[in-house]
Design a protein around this ligand. Structure first.
Ligand SMILES: Nc1ncnc2c1ncn2[C@@H]1O[C@H](COP(=O)(O)OP(=O)(O)OP(=O)(O)O)[C@@H](O)[C@H]1O
Ligand SMILES: [Mg+2]
Length: 289
């Protein structure tokens, strides 16, 4: 989200180390809301360039808080965060550097209403590109592309508040895609999407992977994990930090882990084998086009 309109000045773009091997590096990051509610505790996490990382975790385990930290919206209570090789721990207090970070990292919020504030869908999707200072042709082109990608071109002239939950979510995703960020953070993007829209989003994420973009997705929908993840990290709701990391097959076949971390309920059926078969047929390594 663009929190500021401070113009970026030449020579101030120090969050641009293209050679940095890690997109994000968190060292011992903790965060408390209002100094009371501990949302993240001692998180060590590295995210590599071009990864498609899925973050799983029960309600309240800190997933949304983590994405907001990666987007530089919150300052850690302790620990350090680096992005593209630069220390961004204090970026929330520095509008110029925050703006520079937001040129490269786009966050789609869990609640689409937070993201949509313009009179029309078109204006919302054009907001980021206009803030980037792109010329008119480029803005028009990128907005059209993002609307098309999320299958919301027909909603261009509608008021965002008049849309359904799933339509809002798709528009919110388009507002980030239109800026062509290097890193896309998606907080439960399929939560309110019907199966066809979820499949569209899975394809969009595959397309981002093919472009070499880094994508971080939180979800509770285990069935999409094998389709999008090159790596999965599981947050523990008591620990409020990663308790497991592996590929989709390793994580989804670990029933004990999934039950312990409240990602599946032992009384609800979970067809791990079906997921693994799906992963084998359609997983990232087998994606065509
Ligand atoms: N604005 C806030 N003020 C106070 N506490 C908060 C706030 N937002 C989140 N928390 C607390 O921080 C912890 C982590 O919340 P967070 O939203 O990051 O979890 P989450 O993993 O995204 O959960 P969900 O699956 O429900 O979206 C929870 O205990 C929550 O109650
Ligand atoms: Mg959340």
């Amino acid at each position: 989200m663009m929190a500021t309109t401070v113009p970026a000045e030449a020579g101030e773009t120090n969050i641009t180390n293209e050679d940095a091997e890690h997109v994000f590096q968190l060292d011992a990051v903790s965060f408390s809301y209002h100094g009371r509610h501990e949302a993240l505790i001692d998180v060590d996490l590295t995210i590599e360039r071009g990864e498609q990382l899925v973050i799983l975790g029960a309600n309240g385990s800190g997933k949304s808080t983590l994405l907001k930290m990666l987007d530089g919206l919150y300052r850690p209570t302790s620990g350090t965060i680096r992005a593209f090789g630069q220390d961004i721990t204090d970026v929330a207090d520095d509008p110029v550097r925050a703006r520079e970070l937001h040129r490269r990292v786009g966050l789609v919020f869990q609640d689409a209403d937070v993201q949509l504030f313009s009179p029309t869908v078109y204006d919302d999707v054009a907001f980021g590109p206009l803030q980037m200072g792109w010329d008119k042709e480029r803005v028009t082109r990128e907005v059209a592309r993002a609307l098309e990608q999320m299958n919301v071109t027909h909603l261009s002239d509608r008021a965002p508040y008049e849309l359904s939950g799933g339509e809002k979510k798709r528009v919110a995703i388009a507002t980030v895609l239109s800026m062509e960020p290097d890193v896309i953070l998606l907080d439960e993007p399929t939560a309110s999407l019907d199966p066809r829209s979820s499949a569209v989003l899975v394809d969009v994420i595959a397309g981002l992977r093919d472009l070499g973009k880094t994508v971080v997705v939180t979800t509770h929908q285990l069935e999409i994990v094998p389709l999008i993840a090159t790596r999965v990290v599981v947050f523990g709701d008591q620990e409020r930090r990663p308790v497991a990391s592996g590929n989709a097959t390793e994580i989804l076949s670990n029933a004990e882990l999934l039950i312990r971390t409240n990602l599946v309920h032992e009384h609800l059926h979970f067809h791990a084998d079906a997921n693994l078969m799906h992963s084998h047929l359609h997983g990232p390594e087998h994606h065509e086009g």
